[in-house]
Design a protein around this ligand. Structure first.
Ligand SMILES: [Zn+2]
Length: 260
């Protein structure tokens, strides 16, 4: 484990690339290695304002100037290129990592972001939304986590507002373990395209993972059009995760771009 940890620190020093182990385990490397005395959380001793001091490799959570999430407001219209998700139905391999429910994607789904291929690794949920849209919070936000062959991370974010039930969300939430559990195969397929809006208007900025180690260099795309989830679906998730959203972070000197 020692060399593994050195490798993680190396990745952190590289800045732009997060530890793949953390990603595959839902950014829970600390739990795997047992290195942290106080585990990070959304409240109490491990609350977000303390993440940066829990472990040395989490310091960028406090010190980083390009952190996520942010309030998506006062965007600049720009030619930022197309985002084309090429998602396929995937086996519903679902886990509860103690911070969220996550579906690990089968190989083959990817997104073309400004001509670069990013493979879909997994998707997971936050309640309430982590990003705000012009100051507005939503009851749910889904994150589709991707990685390029070069190791660059890209996340597609989608908001859900309260309305009609979403069929693909129903599959995930019905299979969602209420306790922390490793991945299990629910024995069916889920189509991630059913959790993407038809309209492709989006906001783009450079940010970070929203969970420790808060690694920067993440290419963010958040779609402007929210999808709908029913009140009982929102409640189904919030009963297990009453709050799993990091507070918004300062934009600092970054640009927030919107496709025109
Ligand atoms: Zn997330």
């Amino acid at each position: 484990m020692k060399s593994n940890r050195r490798q993680v620190l190396g990745w952190m020093a590289a800045g732009a690339v997060a530890c793949p182990t953390c990603l595959s385990l839902g950014v829970s490397h600390a739990a795997e290695t047992g290195h942290d005395a106080v585990h990070w959380d959304y409240k109490g001793e491990g609350a977000p304002e303390r993440w940066g001091s829990l472990e040395s490799r989490f310091r960028v959570c406090d010190l980083g100037l390009e952190q996520s999430p942010i309030d998506l407001q006062r965007s600049l219209r720009a030619e930022v290129g197309a985002v084309r998700p090429f998602f396929r139905p995937t086996r519903l391999r679902v886990l509860n990592n103690g911070h969220t429910v996550q579906v690990n994607a089968d190989e083959g789904s990817y997104s073309d972001i400004v001509g670069q291929r990013y493979d879909l690794l997994q998707f997971h949920f936050h309640h309430p939304s982590e990003h705000l849209l012009d100051g507005e919070s939503f009851p749910l936000e889904i994150h589709f986590v991707h990685r390029s062959a070069a190791g660059q991370l890209a996340v597609l974010g989608v908001f859900f507002r309260q309305g009609a039930a979403n069929d693909e969300l129903a599959k995930v939430f019905d299979a969602m373990p209420s306790q922390e559990t490793p991945e299990r195969d629910a024995g069916m397929q889920v189509d991630p395209l059913g959790m993407l809006p038809a309209a492709r208007g989006y906001l783009r900025y450079m940010g970070s993972l929203t969970t420790p180690p808060c690694s920067q260099g993440v290419l963010w795309t958040v779609f402007r059009e929210p999808l709908e989830a029913s009140s009982s679906q929102i409640q189904q998730f919030s009963e297990i995760f009453p709050l799993n959203a990091r507070p918004i972070q300062p934009l600092n000197t970054r640009f927030l771009l919107e496709n025109s």
